[in-house]
Design a protein around this ligand. Structure first.
Ligand code: GTB
Length: 214
């Protein structure tokens, strides 16, 4: 069975692994599934052929036989559902890991994206300086809560799961920001995720796309 994902032909992050194909690559590497990558330009993403796979004209997408999926969370869930390496077999542990997947994408990621969008796209607005501390504090609040829950644990709930995979990719969006640096346990948590061999392989693969551009 061949699996194909889509990724940016030219990622604006210059290979830092911040685009959402990274989480799909990482999940596939964790469970040892080979995959191919189709690189798409910003123009191609908005054309009918790509929109047939992704209604919003974005990456990543995932094709496996007759199945075509969009939404990185749904793709990671699809991969994880079939592999105990990403979702535990025990029903209750599995439900909790899925809750962490949702919380990474629904509770922790939105304020991080909102803050990032303000920094990148709204800097010149007259209200930007007033709004920034509000956005910073929303992220701070979430990080504090997450940090309190993680404590000294290695992963969010027992063994590494798709919940950790998504949470680490979400927190990486704050790499280099002082906000993450305020929580040494979260920094160590992200570093543990990044140290996983599957993460390293996924990171190298997406970086190669950028370095191969020459
Ligand atoms: N909810 C969807 C999902 O999880 O799959 C969101 C998908 C999405 O936002 N895709 C982005 C995209 O295709 C790429 S990942 N954008 C193009 C468009 O909308 O036209 C977001 C992203 C982009 C760039 C960086 N970066 O350069 O640091 C980081 C993250």
């Amino acid at each position: 069975m061949t699996r194909t994902i889509t990724a940016f032909a030219r990622s604006p992050d210059r290979g830092r692994g911040l685009a959402r194909d990274m989480r799909v690559r990482w999940a596939l590497e964790e469970v040892g599934l080979p995959y191919g990558v189709r690189l798409v330009s910003f123009k191609e993403m908005k054309e009918p052929a790509h929109r047939a796979l992704h209604p919003f004209g974005q990456i990543p997408t995932y094709e496996e036989g007759n199945l075509a999926l969009f939404e990185s969370g749904a793709i990671v869930f699809h991969i994880a559902e079939r592999h105990a390496a990403l979702l535990p077999a025990n029903a209750e542990a599995r439900a909790r890991a899925i809750a962490w997947m949702f919380s990474a994408l629904n509770t922790v990621e939105p304020p991080i994206i909102e803050r990032e969008a303000a920094l990148l796209l709204e800097r010149d607005k007259p209200w930007a300086a007033q709004r920034q501390p509000i956005l910073d504090d929303r992220v701070r609040g979430r990080l504090r809560e997450l940090s309190n829950r993680l404590g000294d644990a290695e992963w969010l709930d027992g063994a590494f799961s798709a919940g950790d995979l998504l949470m680490v990719t979400v927190l990486r969006r704050l790499s280099g920001s002082p906000l993450l640096g305020e929580h040494s346990n979260l920094c160590a948590y992200v570093a543990r995720g990044e140290a996983r061999p599957a993460y390293q392989r996924a990171f190298a693969a997406q970086l190669a796309v950028f370095t191969d551009l020459g």
